[in-house]
Design a protein around this ligand. Structure first.
Ligand code: ZN
Ligand code: ZN
Length: 369
């Protein structure tokens, strides 16, 4: 990040409002403490690492973006098909951690982010390098939104406000424990359901279970880990889906498999992992994403959290290349771990067929070898 951006972000932090109310902590639970939430498994996190990283990238001239000239193909989703679809289970990668899931007749968004920056400011902070594949006017009526945690690339105030005002009424927002106060500060008081780890709830016959992952939360320098983070397991009649949000590698995924069983589709992050000395506690690299795919016993996995915002130090086109190498090393066919183009739709009842994207051709691992 450039120096002026850091200054602007600090200014924004000092102006940030609305999420200071503390949730009711239950310190009989191991992940609840007096000061906030903590991970299930110790991760070796060290205070002061963020500033050490900032000094290091400054010295190295990183990140080498957004002028790196990378081009990521964006296919244009078949908006008419998506808006009409109630019968075919499908997913569309809108970009970063945002998917439209169409399951059992419900339209579900994961970590919706449809604006230009992952930042508290409209003029500074990580900028989107590929536009969202679906705009607000393209979306069908959204029934449910799942939010993994409150970092700016996963919880975007502008997007949430627009969704709350959608024609036909707001979606149901499923959020981690402690985030209801932030939604109330945005004027969204109804239709927000807070869940602790392993809590489950239901909408339209579909079950939503919030699970532990290894990460953290903050929107300002003063609210670290005051709200929870996690993944979402969504069990519909047509398919089960696990959405990991942001995570480092941990035992949590074997726990999730043991408790909830194998999953049909796992949406897993593969980007934002360098430098490892700092990022490994909070973001997996592609090799670790493949380990999670195996730990979860996922039928298929889908790569996300890459190629959209410049957040960390690896080249923007490196995660898919490393994913392909890791799959080859593990002997997992690339058809089992999808690398979608931004905007690509896949029907989940025909997992080998790329049926719905209208331009851009077939997106397979061959594109990034
Ligand atoms: Zn995060
Ligand atoms: Zn993230």
């Amino acid at each position: 990040m450039r120096p002026e951006n850091i200054l602007a972000l600090l200014l924004a932090f000092s102006l940030a409002t609305g999420c200071s109310a503390r949730p009711q902590m239950d310190t009989t639970k191991p992940h609840h403490t007096e000061d906030g939430f903590r991970n299930n498994y110790p991760s070796g996190w060290k205070r002061g690492s963020f500033w050490k990283w900032q000094r290091e990238r400054w010295a190295k001239g990183l990140p080498r973006t957004p002028d790196g000239g990378w081009h990521f193909p964006l296919v244009h989703p078949d908006v008419a098909w998506i808006r009409a679809n109630r019968d075919d289970p499908a997913l569309t990668w809108i970009g970063h951690a945002t998917f439209l899931l169409q399951l059992d007749g419900l339209n579900i968004l994961t970590d919706p982010h449809l604006t230009g920056r992952a930042s508290p400011l409209s003029f500074a902070g990580p900028e989107r390098i590929v536009p969202p594949a679906l705009g607000f006017h393209d979306l069908p009526h959204i029934d449910a939104v799942v939010v993994s945690h409150n970092h700016y690339d996963h919880l975007d105030a502008g997007t949430v406000e627009r969704l709350a005002r959608q024609a036909g009424g707001p979606p149901r927002f499923f959020v981690p424990l402690g985030l209801k106060a932030w939604f109330a500060a945005q004027g969204i008081r109804d239709d927000v359901v807070e869940l602790d780890w392993w809590d489950e709830t239901e909408l339209g016959g579909v079950t939503f279970t919030f699970t532990p992952v290894q990460h953290w939360s903050a929107r300002t320098p003063w609210d670290r880990n005051r709200t929870l983070w996690g993944g979402w397991r969504i069990d519909a009649g047509e398919a089960s889906v696990f959405f990991a949000g942001d995570t480092g590698y941990s035992q949590d995924f074997k726990d999730i498999r043991a408790r909830l069983g194998p999953v049909d589709y796992a949406l897993l992050p593969i980007g934002a992992y360098e430098p490892r000395w700092f990022m490994s506690v909070m973001h997996v690299n592609p090799e670790e994403a493949v380990k999670i795919h195996e730990d979860l016993e996922a039928g298929h996995s889908v790569a996300m959290h890459w190629g959209t915002f410049v957040l960390t130090d690896e080249p923007m086109d490196e995660p898919p290349r490393k994913l392909v190498q890791a799959l080859r090393r593990e002997g997992i066919p690339h058809e089992r771990f999808w690398l979608l183009k931004h905007g690509e739709t896949r029907r989940l009842d025909q997992p080998m067929a790329e049926t719905v994207a209208v331009s851009g051709g077939d997106a397979t691992a061959a594109d990034v070898r």
